[in-house]
Ligand binder design. Structure first.
Ligand SMILES: *[C@@H]1O[C@H](CO)[C@@H](O)[C@H](O)[C@H]1NC(C)=O
Ligand SMILES: *[C@@H]1O[C@H](CO)[C@@H](O)[C@H](O)[C@H]1NC(C)=O
Ligand SMILES: *[C@@H]1O[C@H](CO)[C@@H](O)[C@H](O)[C@H]1NC(C)=O
Ligand SMILES: *[C@@H]1O[C@H](CO)[C@@H](O)[C@H](O)[C@H]1NC(C)=O
Ligand SMILES: *[C@@H]1O[C@H](CO)[C@@H](O)[C@H](O)[C@H]1NC(C)=O
Ligand SMILES: *[C@@H]1O[C@H](CO)[C@@H](O)[C@H](O)[C@H]1NC(C)=O
Ligand SMILES: *[C@@H]1O[C@H](CO)[C@@H](O)[C@H](O)[C@H]1NC(C)=O
Length: 395
């Protein structure tokens, strides 16, 4: 401390010995002040230097973020954790479909609708393709080809047997798309439960705008862009809904559903639906009518053929086209439709499903495209369908 020593000498020249004690105490305060000043200024310097390091570090991070690793990146890792927990992205587009919600919790959560208009991000509407299957998807290679190159415009959901994992490579559009499932008995309400579970899981992604239910025996009969534009551009949903005055229609109605559901409101339709987001939210939110079907629509009444057609007819009729976009052949009669195998796949056959000369209503116009999907196809149909895909179906 050279400066304090100099000053000490100067002071000693001018002040008498008698005042030494007083001077010394003054000095102690003065020296302490100087020391404090020096220490503080060196702290400020150090602080400034460390700030500069932080700034240069942040710059470094923002330019090549993916490469940053190692123990000196504590700050960055903390940021990432905060991202994972509460970023808008994690909320809007859950990456991992695994969750431990019960159906009750899931339906409640998926029924949420933002009150605020518009979106705080660029929302590209997606089509959710929901596959309801017992196990494998034998026609999966055809679907993979259909989806290829359109990754930003669709999401896939698979409801298989609990614990079943599709045997697909990590690059497949189907990889990791199984939702938490429950056991399904065909013909019982557990089938309709599974359909609603698929809808609810798909609703968690806010970009999903249209929701198509498909089975393992369904195929696409137009290319992705045609299907996407058709669905996204439609002002109606495609849930088949008609009044059938026979024992297979009205005959399945139960008077125990009175006074909530009346016979004239009762409808029938194909299980294979297509819904827009607004209607899908209504479906997962309904408890009252679904409970009536659960209790009173027992074989030979099948909830999957009557619940949606009836409920939508009662409350949301104007939102529905009342026709299905999934073609099926009931011409042989009986409880099951025709299954087409390898020998049946010809250009003429597929072309006749794509367009048989009939026109269908689409928005306010008529169109020759009535169906986008078709069933039922056996696993043996895969090879001939793949052969026809590029020439006839244009994918
Ligand atoms: C700090 O990170 C850099 C860049 O990743 C790395 O080269 C360096 O070895 C790391 N230092 C320590 C002490 O981990
Ligand atoms: C999964 O698929 C691969 C390739 O298609 C096949 O070799 C393998 O045996 C399959 N694994 C199972 C468990 O089916
Ligand atoms: C999703 O998360 C679960 C654990 O929470 C994990 O076991 C599973 O592998 C993850 N799936 C994917 C596709 O990352
Ligand atoms: C479908 O049926 C409902 C009645 O349930 C009706 O209101 C609606 O206009 C019909 N849709 C079309 C496109 O005709
Ligand atoms: C499909 O092909 C098989 C074998 O040729 C034939 O027996 C069957 O009648 C065909 N089915 C239809 C619906 O054309
Ligand atoms: C075309 O398909 C529609 C709907 O499936 C059917 O009603 C109609 O009879 C078919 N027309 C011809 C010419 O096959
Ligand atoms: C998809 O099909 C439509 C007709 O259905 C065709 O006009 C269009 O070029 C096809 N798109 C591609 C990418 O092949």
């Amino acid at each position: 401390m050279p400066r304090s020593r100099n000053e000490k000498e100067e002071i000693e020249k001018h002040v008498g010995l008698l005042k030494l004690a007083q001077v010394l105490s003054f000095l102690v305060v003065f020296v302490a002040g100087v020391v404090l000043g020096l220490v503080t200024s060196s702290h400020i310097n150090q602080h400034f230097v460390s700030k500069t390091e932080v700034y240069s570090f942040i710059n470094h991070f923002s330019t090549d973020a993916p490469g940053v690793k190692g123990d000196n990146c504590t700050i960055v890792r903390d940021c990432e954790k905060v991202e994972d927990c509460s970023s808008l992205n994690a909320f809007l587009r859950p990456k991992n479909l695994t969750h431990h919600m019960s159906d009750n919790e899931l339906f409640w959560r998926s029924s949420m609708v933002p009150k605020k208009e518009g979106f705080p991000y660029k929302r590209v509407p997606k089509v959710a393709f929901m596959f309801l299957t017992r196990g494998p998807l034998p026609l999966l290679p055809l679907w993979e080809r259909f989806f290829q190159g359109h990754e930003k415009l669709f999401s896939i959901y698979v409801h298989a047997l609990p614990g079943y994992k599709l045997n697909v490579s990590t690059s497949s559009a189907f990889h990791g798309r199984e939702i938490p499932s429950q056991h399904v008995s065909w013909g019982t309400v557990t089938l309709a439960d599974a359909e609603r579970r698929l809808l609810a899981n798909a609703l968690l992604d806010f970009s999903n705008e249209r929701f198509v239910l498909l089975s393992e025996s369904c195929i696409p009969i137009y290319n992705f862009s045609t299907v996407y534009n058709y669905l996204i551009g439609s002002s109606h949903s495609f849930v088949e809904s008609y009044d059938e005055p026979t024992r297979y229609g009205r005959g399945r109605y139960s008077r125990r559903m009175l006074p909530d559901i009346k016979l004239y409101q009762w409808r029938k339709g194909s299980q294979w639906f297509e819904l827009n987001r607004a209607l899908a939210v209504h479906i997962v939110s309904d408890t009252k009518y679904y409970t009536l079907f659960k209790k009173y629509c027992l074989p030979a009444c099948y909830p999957d053929e009557h619940y949606l057609p009836t409920y939508i007819n009662m409350f949301h009729g104007p939102l529905n086209s009342n026709r299905t976009v999934t073609w099926v052949d009931w011409s042989i009669g009986g409880p099951h439709p025709v299954t087409y195998g390898e020998a049946n796949i010809t250009v003429d056959f597929i072309q006749s499903i794509r367009n048989n000369g009939t026109l269908c209503q689409y928005n306010l116009e008529m169109t020759s495209i009535c169906y986008l999907f078709a069933r039922k196809f056996a696993p043996s149909a895969l090879e001939p369908l793949l052969d026809l895909a590029s020439s006839l179906m244009e994918f």
